[in-house]
Structure formats: structure tokens, C-alpha cells
Design a protein. Structure first.
Length: 123
């Protein structure tokens, strides 16, 4: 069973239908059906994160083909390190295009600064 089949089955299990999921999530049905047809790995990270948040599942697990429900809200599980890893592995797209090496370096540098600032605030 493909990742997309697992995702569709889970959506139907939780929401009763894909259309009901679309209605409640605010994600257009064309977007969801495109993800299910073309693949999770071809969708924008923003779309995947929203789907995972609505389903309360782990996006890292989804990228490797697993549906793993979370006990905590999904948004509390994302770290700056996760974002840097996604950037390095071309999981973050801008207008459906891969980032250039220069854009990746700039984003990662910015996230490292953000991470340092966050650590300073915790102290």
C-alpha cells in the first residue's frame, strides 16, 4: 500500500470522507486530490504540515510512508533542526521549485541565528 493510499484511508477513517476533511481543514479538494495522486513527497511542505496538523500525525513519519498519530499537538513537535534537515533534503519548496544552494545556505544560516536567539531567551 502506498503512502498516499495510507493517507487517504486515514483521512476517511478520521473524517468519514476526503471531502469532509477538505471542508473542515480549509484545504481545497483539488490540493488534497493532487497530493493523493502525485504523491506526498511532491507536495509543498506547507500543505503537508497543514494536513498533518489536521490529522494530528507526525510529518516526519509521513515522509517515510507511515501514519503515526501524535499524542501532543503536531506544531509543538517541529524544531529548527527539523526545518534545517528538510531544507537540506529538498523537502521545502518555494512555488513548487527546489531551493538553490544559495537559498538553502541563507535559510539554514537564518534558522541557526533564530535557534541561538531562542536558546538565549530560555536562559
Amino acid at each position: 500500500m502506498t503512502t498516499e493510499d495510507k493517507l487517504k484511508n486515514y483521512i476517511v477513517e478520521v473524517y468519514g470522507s476526503v471531502n469532509e476533511f477538505c471542508n473542515q481543514s480549509g484545504i481545497s479538494s483539488s490540493t488534497i486530490f493532487t497530493v493523493l495522486k502525485r504523491g506526498v513527497n511532491n507536495a509543498s511542505i506547507q500543505t503537508i504540515l497543514k494536513i498533518c496538523k489536521m490529522l494530528n500525525i507526525d510529518p516526519n513519519a509521513l515522509f517515510v510512508g507511515e501514519i503515526v498519530p501524535k499524542q501532543e499537538p503536531v506544531e509543538s513537535q517541529f524544531s529548527i533542526d527539523d526545518l534545517m534537515l528538510w531544507i537540506q533534503n529538498d523537502r521545502i519548496l518555494i512555488e513548487k521549485e527546489k531551493l538553490s544552494d544559495q537559498e538553502k545556505r541563507l535559510l539554514i544560516y537564518s534558522l541557526k541565528i533564530l535557534k541561538m536567539q531562542h536558546k538565549d531567551e530560555e536562559v
